[in-house]
Design a protein around this ligand. Structure first.
Ligand code: FES
Length: 198
């Protein structure tokens, strides 16, 4: 074999070897990359809708759940609370919730599908603290004008029992109402508003 012949076959060998290494290398890199692109089961579960059973809820009771890592509240409001909500609108920054987040199905004076059942994301719209549930009328620490609501201890924002923010506090908007719907009279799904009640 001539020197030229040896060089050519060496080049051919090197080209083939590099192509194989390249393919193996690409395959090796491609597997973890693809697996990183797939959402994990945990991540899927974290974003999944959450079902809440309200069959055992009593009037006036608040239950807590979690959806997408956020606290979600379900409050069974009394008839008295519904009356108060209609009365104190002049103290609210956005009584008609025009600047606030709620699904179409809760775009009404009670911010809910059923007047008595109120559902909200339990995070203050100022800097995200979780307000406390304060249903009492005129407690000492909140004053005579307090007719029940949610109070954020971080910087003092108050919300009524429809999650509507009072005037003159740091929180800029009403509490968010998450997308939700009723699967039956006593089962609510949070995070999914497709269906009859959406
Ligand atoms: S985080 Fe609620 S008032 Fe600031």
């Amino acid at each position: 074999m001539s020197d030229q012949g040896v060089d050519r076959s060496k080049r051919q060998f090197l080209t083939t070897a590099l192509t194989v290494v390249g393919a193996v290398g690409t395959g090796y890199i491609a597997v973890p990359f693809l697996s990183q692109m797939q959402p994990s089961t945990k991540a899927k579960a974290a974003g999944a809708p959450v079902e809440i059973d309200i069959s055992k809820m009593e009037t006036g009771q608040l239950i807590r759940a979690a959806w997408r890592g956020k606290p979600v509240w379900v409050l069974n409001r009394t008839p008295e609370v519904l009356e108060i909500l209609a009365e104190q609108t002049d103290k609210l920054a956005d009584p008609l919730s025009l600047e606030s987040n709620q699904p179409e199905s809760s775009n009404n004076e009670f911010r809910s599908i059923k007047p008595e059942i109120f559902i909200a994301v339990g995070l203050c719209t100022h800097l995200g603290c979780s307000p406390t549930f304060r249903p009492e009328i005129a407690p000492n620490d909140l004053g005579e004008d307090w007719k029940g609501g949610f109070f954020c201890p971080c910087h003092g924002s108050g919300f009524d029992l429809a999650g509507r923010v009072f005037r003159g506090v740091p929180a800029p908007t009403n509490l968010d109402v998450p997308p939700h719907r009723y699967m039956s009279e006593t089962r609510i799904i949070i995070g999914d508003e497709s269906g009859a009640d959406a």
